[in-house]
Design a protein around this ligand. Structure first.
Ligand code: HEC
Length: 248
């Protein structure tokens, strides 16, 4: 009986570890986004922001509009009215009209499809990336998480324009260099910094969901699986007790 209790304890300790997710891309200073993909309102806002500010350049070719409608609890009319600005049909994927070759000529690099960016980069990275655009000395856009990114800050009218305040840092080897200490908003946008953080969070949440729509269901099913396992362990224990009763 003691042994059985020990096994149970070990199992209880190991189980949560197996469900821990590891983000593929780490990097310094990735901020915690607070993304919650079970928050439908946040996903709905994220989808709307995405089609308004991002879909012009970035397709999500693995996502269909009718799937969005199902997962985000929106009717077909709501989706067609608020989320579809092209001639795409309800059952079609979230493609873009822009030609990849032309885009490459314009931006120096074709904007990638973002179907899987939620999985490759992780929600916190996307969030930090969206907060990390600034104007550098050249007067062009730069980004703390993707230095010299060829993407302009498409959300600047909301965020405003931020410029970096540098501080000097000396390495162990005696080299001194300027590093960004913090940002100063030099031209305010229509949102406050707090509001803009929520905007970035909602977009990151939407991309996190789009990277693995099944996550919504998987997490729900997970609870029932654990409950079933706990119940089954109990039955197995009763069975064991029954078998061993005659042996003792
Ligand atoms: C004007 C076109 C354009 C728009 C609009 C745009 N992007 Fe981009 N985006 C790019 C380009 C070009 C790159 C490639 C940057 C690079 O690698 O230098 C990029 C890169 C990215 C990446 C990095 C992908 C990776 O893994 O390297 C993310 C994430 C991203 N964009 C998200 C967004 C989001 C979210 C929006 C909407 C808020 C958006 N983009 C709007 C052009 C655009």
């Amino acid at each position: 009986m003691k042994k059985f209790a020990t096994y149970l304890l070990i199992a209880a300790c190991i189980l949560p570890l197996t469900s821990m997710t590891v983000s593929a891309a780490g990097g310094a200073n990735v901020e915690h986004s607070g993304v919650n993909i079970n928050d439908k309102a946040s996903l709905q806002r994220g989808a709307k922001l995405y089609v308004n500010y991002c879909l012009g350049c970035h397709a999500i070719a693995y996502m269909r509009y009718n799937r969005l409608s199902e997962d985000l609890g929106l009717s077909e009319e709501m989706v067609m009215e608020n989320l579809v600005f092209s001639d795409a049909k309800f059952g079609e994927t979230m493609d873009i009209a822009m030609d990849a070759e032309q885009a490459k000529a314009w931006f120096g690099k074709a904007p990638p499809d973002l179907s899987l960016v939620g999985r490759s980069r992780g929600a916190d990275w996307i969030y930090s990336y969206l907060l990390g655009f600034y104007k550098d000395e050249s007067g062009g856009w730069n980004n703390t998480h993707l230095p010299n990114a060829s993407m302009p800050n498409v959300l600047w009218s909301l965020q405003g324009i931020q410029t970096p305040i540098y501080r000097q840092e000396t390495s162990a080897g005696g080299f001194t260099q300027d590093v960004i200490d913090h940002f100063k908003i030099t031209s305010p946008g229509t949102q406050s910094p707090e509001e803009f953080k929520l905007t970035a969070r909602d977009i990151a949440a939407f991309l996190d969901y789009a990277g693995e729509p099944a996550k919504l269901k998987r997490k729900g099913v997970g609870v029932w699986v654990i409950l079933f396992l706990a119940f089954f362990t109990f039955i197995a224990y009763l069975l064991k007790a029954e078998y061993w009763r005659d042996v003792h």
